[in-house]
Design a binder for this molecule. Structure first.
Ligand code: SF4
Length: 341
């Protein structure tokens, strides 16, 4: 048995509830001991690094490449859950709250995929990703909900991300401190991780536009437009119809301030405010079932785009969405554009 895993097993073996291994250490006590585990690990070449699970949802897409790079730079092994598929949705409908929005349900399924497989799961409390803005209130309780329910068999590692009170780099420094990492190593990990995120964002943003083909904007949240289950069927269909698509970019960290305090909603509002019919042949607003922010903003988005005389389609994805249904709606929308010419 590897020493790292021995240590983890030892600390949890005395608490068995209905056959489930429960960790009874508080996060604080556990994290205090991580440095000892590292020291053992460092001296023994045959010991595996600690594994940290990252659910492929929410903050995985909001900060692309950041978490994997940061943990790797600290000598840990990041394990990202798989892409969302119909199976993920199936799992989500078994274990998640029925009232949750679709991404929250998917998040729970990604969490369940990692629970028990890794030494710890990273679930930050994302309060504000942009200074003086707010994130969706659903992000606030994520670490507590993970600890109390789906991820209770695994240690949940968390930090607060609140860019109104401190920049992301400072939150990462605190995370390094929580893991008892030497300051110099954390400073270097922060630098490398932020560069990796900027590079990943550049890659995600790169729009592909071929001359003479219709060009569309796909607007939605980071984790909806990049999720395989939510956006995949729409992108597949557009591609099969030779329509080029630009996924809305969130690289600009400080979109112009407006009366909208939700960061993503304000970024979408700002983008829709600045586009023109010369650049885009259409806008598809990709929404998800039970999204409170979208339901508040939907009419504003629609009005903005229509004032610019750009064709607009609001597409809502739920657990039961299938490629055939998406195909019909997207096809009808693209065909209707022919009538405009
Ligand atoms: S913004 Fe909407 S989709 Fe995103 S977590 Fe909040 S309610 Fe869910």
């Amino acid at each position: 048995m590897l020493k790292t895993h021995k240590a983890l097993k030892r600390r949890s073996s005395h608490c068995m509830i209905k056959g489930t291994r429960m960790l009874i250490d508080t996060s604080h006590r556990f994290l205090k001991r991580i440095s000892d585990i590292y020291r053992v690990k460092k001296g023994a070449g045959d010991v595996l690094p600690l594994t940290v699970g990252i659910p492929r949802m929410f903050y995985y897409y909001i900060y692309p490449g950041l978490w994997e790079t940061f943990f790797r730079e600290l000598g840990m092994k990041p394990v990202v859950s798989g892409m969302s598929t119909a199976k993920t949705v199936e799992k989500a409908s078994e274990i998640s709250e029925t009232e949750h929005c679709l991404p929250n349900k998917l998040f729970d399924a990604h969490l369940a995929e990692l629970a028990g497989r890794v030494d710890m799961i990273f679930v930050p409390r994302v309060l504000a990703t942009i200074k003086d803005h707010l994130s969706c209130p659903k992000f606030g309780p994520l670490p507590d909900a993970a600890r109390a329910d789906i991820a209770r068999v695994t240690e949940v590692l968390s930090i607060d991300i609140d860019e109104t009170s401190q920049p992301l780099s400072s939150s990462l420094m605190l995370l390094g401190k929580k893991l008892n990492m030497p300051k110099a190593r954390t400073v270097s990990a922060v630098k490398t991780a932020i560069s990796a995120m900027q590079e990943a964002r550049r890659k995600m943003d790169r729009p592909v536009r071929k001359k003479g083909r219709p060009y569309f904007l796909l607007a939605g949240h980071h984790y909806t437009i990049h999720d395989n289950f939510i956006a995949g069927p729409v992108l597949n269909k557009l591609q099969s119809m030779d329509v080029d698509v630009e996924l809305i970019s969130f690289s600009e960290n400080t979109p112009e301030k407006s009366y909208i305090l939700w960061s993503t909603s304000n970024a979408i509002y700002h983008k829709l405010n600045t586009i023109s019919a010369d650049e885009y042949d259409g806008v598809i607003q990709l929404s998800v079932f039970n999204c409170g922010c979208d339901s508040m903003m939907m009419d504003t988005y629609r009005q903005l785009v229509r004032e610019k005389n750009i064709p607009y389609m609001f597409l809502m994805i739920d657990e039961h969405s299938a490629q055939a249904g998406i195909d019909t709606r997207v096809e009808a929308f693209i065909d209707s554009l022919g009538w405009r010419k």
